[in-house]
Design a protein around this ligand. Structure first.
Ligand SMILES: NC(=O)c1ccc[n+]([C@@H]2O[C@H](COP(=O)([O-])OP(=O)(O)OC[C@H]3O[C@@H](n4cnc5c(N)ncnc54)[C@H](O)[C@@H]3O)[C@@H](O)[C@H]2O)c1
Length: 400
């Protein structure tokens, strides 16, 4: 029997999260590292048929000129992560997969992201439809050239500005018509999503951008028997919020205010330094506390770009709450994590579960993946423990 081959197509392929995920895939398949921090490698998943790490072929779209070797070396030097020995051992995979990375589109990405685009062949297209067709041509070529049994697309590009949706986003027919409108300003994340879903390829949105989180795209996913999930990987500060807020609720404390300050210095931080792009991120980070405690304490979220920190993020949270006899108390925490190292395993988990879902004939929004996202699609539940129960219930169903 020939071994199953699956394709992972990454949008934002050479960014921090993707490069780390790709190095991780190679290191895992060469048994150079263990599976620590991969949820899908925990005992909950024993007996579930997930794709092994050595079955993956990587490709993707990018708007900057770079390579996987350059990207991981850069992270290694700036943020003191990975080892030189690991990079060297994985270099054959990194070089092979860099050859599968194609120039992407910046249509609808906004000025701050467009400034990053230094690849001479970035797609300059006249209409959104042309962008979709070129993305699809790249996806088909990847699938055929590598004889892939299944492909999944993950959007891990820089955070786009928020998008107000018109009526054109409500049905497949209306959105198709919008694709022919020159100045439609459809965000690139939505074009990538549409292109993938239309080919029956599932689409993961690891970012706060629009992606496929609009009715027409969800309808298309169902029609093409593919899935969508998102938005915005829950990796650090927000993960802590969704773990701690249930404690305040269960102990019947009253949360008066919750302030979160985030500082970090990677490329994501450069883009989030633009207040317009930052607004999308703050939206996904700020809603979780009220939704869990059931009322609206005063909240504040700040994100600041501090270049010297590189990929190391510090999040300081100050939670002011009221206990017995009106007494006010304080909980503070400081989270210090390396952003790409927190995000990459989560991305691989979501990828494996998305491939599994499609093999099982599941389509539309994958609600059981809520625990992986700050703003889970199709699910109002933000409590991390409730979300983990949803995932466990799904796994129990899979195991039959
Ligand atoms: N812990 C985390 O790092 C974390 C957690 C949750 C979500 N995210 C989100 O994941 C995304 C990526 O984060 P990162 O740290 O890897 O950022 P990054 O800037 O290192 O990577 C983003 C990549 O996307 C590329 N890109 C931008 N627009 C593109 C387009 N239209 N087509 C193709 N490529 C494009 C950029 O050139 C860059 O290489 C961000 O939106 C971030 O907010 C990250």
């Amino acid at each position: 029997m020939t071994q199953r081959r699956v394709g992972l197509w990454l949008i934002g392929a050479l960014g921090g999260v993707c490069s780390t995920a790709v190095l991780g895939l190679s290191a895992l398949s060469r048994k150079l590292t263990d599976t620590t921090s991969l949820v899908t490698a925990s005992p909950l998943f024993d007996g579930v048929e997930l794709d092994d790490f050595d079955t993956f072929v990587v490709g993707g779209h990018e708007i900057r000129k770079s390579s996987y070797v350059e990207a991981v070396r850069d992270l290694h030097q700036r943020s003191n992560v990975f080892s030189e020995a690991m990079i060297q051992a994985c270099t054959p995979d990194l070089e092979k997969w860099t050859a599968n990375v194609k120039p992407g589109t910046i249509l609808g990405s906004g000025p701050t992201i467009s400034k990053l685009a230094d690849h001479p062949d970035v797609q300059r297209v006249a209409t959104p439809r042309e962008a979709v067709e070129r993305i699809q041509a790249d996806l088909r070529a990847f699938r055929e050239a590598n004889k892939l049994d299944q492909v999944v697309v993950a959007n891990v590009t820089s955070t786009e500005p928020p998008k107000e949706l018109s009526d054109a986003y409500t049905s497949i027919a209306k959105f198709r018509a919008l694709l022919d409108t020159k100045d439609a300003s459809i965000p690139a994340s939505a074009l990538y999503g549409w292109a993938a879903l239309d080919l029956g390829i599932s689409y993961i949105n690891f970012t706060p951008s629009l992606g496929s989180s609009f009715p027409a795209a969800i309808q298309l996913a169902e029609e093409r028997k593919a899935s969508v999930s998102g938005k915005d990987g829950k990796t650090g500060e927000t993960l802590m919020k969704t773990v701690l807020a249930p404690m305040f609720r269960h102990r019947n404390f009253k949360v008066l205010s919750w302030v979160g300050h985030n500082i970090f210095g990677n490329r994501d931080g450069v883009v989030l330094d633009d207040p317009v792009n930052k607004a999308s991120k703050i939206q996904t980070k700020d809603q979780v506390v009220s939704s869990i405690v059931g009322y609206k304490p005063q909240t504040h979220v700040s994100i600041e770009y501090i270049q010297s920190l590189d990929d190391w993020k510090t999040a300081w949270n100050h939670i002011h709450y009221q206990g017995f006899l009106g007494t006010k108390m304080i909980l503070q925490f400081i989270w210090q994590g390396c952003d790409s190292l927190l995000a990459a395993p989560l991305l691989l988990d979501i990828v494996r579960l998305t491939l599994l879902a499609q093999r099982r004939g599941e389509s539309g929004v994958l609600k059981h993946l809520a625990c992986f996202f700050k703003s889970p699609m199709g699910c109002d539940q933000h409590d991390f423990f409730e979300q983990m129960d949803m995932l466990a219930a799904y796994v129990a169903k899979v195991k039959g």
